[in-house]
Ligand binder design. Structure first.
Ligand SMILES: [Zn+2]
Length: 306
């Protein structure tokens, strides 16, 4: 009988279908896919240590689960360090009593699709745990963009390139214009709706204010270079990666920390293969001492300006 329904009846059917949909959108009910709903429910039931292990397994090519567990057993988290989708952003700290040493902040996986960068950063933390003595105090935040890591995307869950979202002094004037003109609106490099609009960016700034680093190293892939934003100085030889300036950009960490605040930033760009990370960490330790001396000591008040 349905094939003989008149226009009136068809209108009623349409209304019956459309009304609940309209109501849903009015009430702003989040439209999660069944798979997303399932995964977020599973994640909510996990402890932070279990989540840490889940993320680490995505960064590691090796099966060294025991090492990963030892890292996750000692992670900490600043209150602000939660991703846009609510995932924790962990860190560890290794204190050195050596007066020659500096305060080094090491960051990994600002871009979620660079798992090797996360693996290198975790390996540095694991090495410090095993060493009896080391010169500098290191705070290590190896997985800054857990949402991007899970999605295998460079940007975070809001589609923002976190390394264009730092509140550089020129952000409001230049970040969007640079993205539109020079980057031709490349969606891998979207700087965000405003300076430091993203929770992951706020987490890095919270670490800088809390830890007061004198030197920052940020690990990336895939350009296979060491890129330094800091004072003029000789570069130590490191056979696995050549030194080459890639430049800095409105909203990038290098421009934010070095150009605006004179805190040197070393960007490590790995290639497709893991390098000798222990040798690199030793080189960075020595390099940081020289760089900080040349850049000038920083007063604690500097960090209140951020
Ligand atoms: Zn990157």
């Amino acid at each position: 009988m349905t094939e003989f329904r008149g226009p009136e009846s068809r209108r009623t059917t349409r209304l019956l279908i459309l009304a609940p949909l309209a109501l849903c959108s009015l009430l702003l009910v989040p439209m999660l896919s069944p798979a997303q709903e399932a995964s977020s429910k599973v994640e909510k039931e996990k402890t932070e240590k279990e989540l840490c292990l889940d993320y680490l397994k995505l960064t590691s090519r090796s099966e060294k689960v025991a090492d990963l567990e030892s890292f996750c057993a000692r992670v900490e988290k600043l209150p602000k360090c939660v991703s846009r989708e609510g995932r924790p952003i962990f860190h560890v700290q290794h204190e050195s009593g050596d007066k020659r040493g500096k305060r080094i902040l090491a960051l990994g996986l600002i871009h979620g699709d660079e798992p090797l960068a996360g693996e290198l950063t975790v390996a540095w933390a694991e090495r410090l745990k095993k060493l009896d003595k080391f010169r500098s105090t290191w705070r290590i935040v190896p997985m800054l963009n857990p949402d991007g890591l899970l999605r295998k995307t460079r940007p975070n869950a809001a589609g923002v390139d976190l390394n264009r979202n730092f509140p550089t002094r020129d952000w409001s004037e230049e970040a969007m214009a640079y993205w539109e003109k020079s980057q031709k609106k490349n969606d891998r490099r979207f700087p965000g709706e405003g300076p430091a609009s993203e929770p992951e960016t706020k987490c890095v700034i919270a670490h800088i204010k809390d830890f007061k680093p004198e030197f920052i190293v940020s690990n990336h892939t895939p350009y296979r270079v060491l890129d330094f934003d800091g004072p003029q100085m000789p570069f130590p030889k490191y056979p696995d990666l050549p030194w080459r300036a890639l430049g800095n950009f409105p909203g990038s960490l290098g421009r934010y920390m070095w150009r605006d605040y004179k805190i040197p930033v070393l960007t490590v760009e790995l290639g497709e293969k893991m390098i000798d990370g222990e040798h690199l960490q030793d080189i960075i330790g020595t390099f940081a001492i020289d760089a900080v001396r040349r850049a000038g000591e920083k007063k604690p008040e500097l960090y209140d300006l951020l």
